[in-house]
Design a protein around this ligand. Structure first.
Ligand code: AMP
Length: 274
């Protein structure tokens, strides 16, 4: 992979990297399109990273749709696709991992201990294998993007991190590989996440700055949809992810909850005007 990327670069081409776990959808493809628009060549990776799943999580049943994924990437004229095996990424003797930055500690860090250690480690490995100029990540995984931006800055990684907007279904549901687990009824319930975030955004736009009020709106919207298991519905500082009481400038609203047995996440920025 490194030789193939270097060859592109020796030919004067810049390279954009799009790391994924496959089961590709329009969200992933938007990253590939952005990489193609901003770089001369795009490299996608498909690897369901075992180290970012806890033992009780859905690693073994995570959707794997390699043939369809490759066709979609071909349709976007993606220049290279890297599909490493588990053994190639983690030979039995491998034992080094990355201690993720502070921003990994709250929210997902509380609910999924060890998750960001796995993410940071695999992303750094991919950066080393594929020495791209830029790497593209989705705002859908808001905390993940912050973790990777911080890691890249803290470790002086020679790569620019680009964070791209969340792609949604027309009815608001954020695209996710895990959406294919949802029954029709659960899919309907899943709309409560974007509905809650829209309500919060509207109230913020109307001037509400009390985080407890905004948090209650999210909790009540999820509850009204019959969603009982909410990991968090938080209003946090968009850089540090510490939860806020009162919003001074901008903030981010983040939700993680279970719809049936499927864990969904979504978020939206609350940006002060001017
Ligand atoms: P995943 O395959 O879930 O690890 O996601 C790979 C990349 O695609 C990550 O950077 C995600 O944030 C991004 N991504 C996933 N869903 C979306 C979406 N709906 N919109 C934009 N980016 C997304």
């Amino acid at each position: 992979m490194r030789a193939a990327v270097r060859e592109l670069q020796l030919g004067g081409k810049t390279v954009g990297l799009v790391p994924t776990m496959g089961a590709l959808h329009e969200g992933h493809l938007s990253l590939v399109r952005r990489a193609k628009a901003e770089c001369d060549a795009a490299v996608a990776t498909i690897f369901v990273n075992p180290t970012q799943f806890a033992p009780h999580e859905d690693f073994s049943k995570y959707p794997r749709t390699l043939e369809a994924d490759l066709r979609l990437l071909e349709g976007e004229n993606c220049d290279l696709v890297f599909v490493p095996s588990r053994e190639e990424m983690y030979p039995p003797e491998a034992s080094t991992s990355i201690e993720p930055p502070q921003v990994a500690a709250p929210l997902e860090g509380v609910c999924r201990p060890g998750h960001f250690r796995g993410v940071a480690t695999v992303v750094l490995k991919l950066f080393n294998m594929i020495p791209a100029e830029r790497a593209y990540f989705g705002q859908k995984d808001f905390q993940q993007a912050l973790v990777i931006e911080r890691m890249a800055a803290d470790l002086n990684l020679p790569i620019q991190i680009v964070v791209c907007p969340i792609i949604r279904e027309p009815d608001g549901l954020a695209l996710s590989s895990r959406n294919r687990y949802l029954s029709p009824g659960e899919r309907q319930q899943g709309l409560a996440l974007s509905r809650a975030l829209n309500l919060v955004q509207k109230r913020f736009g109307d001037g509400e700055r009390d985080a407890a009020v905004l948090k209650r709106i999210m909790q009540e919207t999820l509850e009204a949809a019959g969603i009982e298991r909410v990991d968090y519905a938080a209003i946090a500082d968009p850089q540090t992810l510490t939860e806020l009481k009162q919003i001074e400038g901008s903030a981010v609203a983040l939700i993680a909850c279970f719809v049936g047995t499927t864990r969904l996440i979504d978020n939206c920025l609350l940006a002060a005007q001017g």
